[in-house]
Design a protein around this ligand. Structure first.
Ligand SMILES: [Zn+2]
Length: 63
């Protein structure tokens, strides 16, 4: 069941929610994704918990 799936992410800059495509084959990944609304760089952290539920967090890129 490793596949691309869509997950909502709220932008830490403008507050808009956009949809990310997450590659579920990686248990933990972190990358920078530009917000589709305000184009600010969001640090996206993706983790899969013990039940295989993908948790997505995003925060501002600082220094
Ligand atoms: Zn934004």
């Amino acid at each position: 069941m490793y596949d691309l799936s869509e997950h909502p992410l709220q932008c830490p800059y403008c507050g808009e929610t956009s949809t990310l495509l997450i590659d579920g084959s990686l248990p933990h990944q972190r990358y920078v994704e530009d917000c589709s609304v305000c184009c600010s760089p969001i640090v996206v952290d993706v983790r899969m918990d013990e039940e295989g539920i993908i948790q997505v967090q995003g925060w501002q890129e600082n220094g």
